[in-house]
Design a protein around this ligand. Sequence first.
Ligand code: NAD
Length: 355
Amino acid sequence: MHSYKIALIKGDGIGPEIVEEAVKVLDAVSFKEGFELKYEEYLLGGAAIDATGDPAPKETLEGVKKADAVLFGAIGGHKWDNLPREKRPETGLLKLRKELEVFANLRPVTVYDELVNASTLKPSVIQGVDLIVVRELIGGIYFGQPKGNDGEKAFNTMVYTKPEIVRIAKVAFETAMKRNKRVCSVDKANVLDVSQLWRDTVEEVAKEYPDVSLSHMYVDNAAMQLVRDPKQFDVILTGNLFGDILSDEASMLSGSIGLLPSASLGEKYGLFEPIHGSAPDIAGQGIANPIATIASAAMMLRFSLHEESAALRIEQAIKQALHDGYRTQDLSAFDAKEVCSTSEMGSIIANYASK
Ligand code: NAD
């Protein structure tokens, strides 16, 4: 039986509750599909600060590299809010992403038919939306040098090299090949030199993917088009800053932050996490929605373990649970037949996934 090593980082707040449910579902599908998952737990964020004084302990940064993939809950909470920036939980997560060199952040946005009323947009606009944002994660203006702030003048540098653009563009084209074969590259090439290089390089990469149709859009127009007609998009390819903003905008199409997963991929490693934070306001109450984390586990099976059939099994089980009217509290106002706890939702999905 094939066996994989999974590094688990439960984190803070609702992190442990939601990761536990993802493990429940993973165990159900791996048993059914005939492979084995071995878990090793690591500390990051607030839990790591409490145990070691460091938000990203060396044992975590080194240990996770021995695993086939990393499944992560969420970090942060009021208890650590007053620490200096470099000692805060969020710094631990940035260090982990940089250490694993996960340069491609993939955020699929699926609008479930059963939840079209949960979005703030009209059902006719969002029904059938199925897009994915491919965002460059470890370059661009968030990391560019020089930067500075002397109290009178402050600046950051938006920089991309050709190899950085090539590698993220390839991820977008490869992703499109497995979907509807359309890439929309988002930039600000009418103003920014860095965007012109981005556009020219994406055009070059596109020649290797003749089956994929490529379009370009300025970021201001893309922000508008995402709420005007999100169904026009298949794969959105963009840089770090624009991707940060557009992927949060796109995530709200689905109705609840508790539904959306993400994958961060590099040449060697994969990190999988829900897009939401540690939700300290509902931690420990058993009401968090575990679906985003369970769907992140499905992405882990697909992208890092190449167990496509197991990934589809989980995605189908999530759809079935929603179709049958099971809702956690965040979605209880939308066609709920039964409102269930975090753990009940995990068990229901695990049960469907093992059929
Ligand atoms: P949040 O995403 O934790 O919560 C925002 C709102 O959404 C809250 O009302 C919360 O109850 C709700 N929510 C979030 N996830 C939910 C789920 N699965 N089910 C039901 N409701 C859910 O964002 P925040 O409140 O701004 O941040 C809280 C903490 O999380 C902060 O310390 C922040 O720094 C941290 N954070 C961590 C990550 C991460 O670990 N990747 C990401 C964002 C924020």
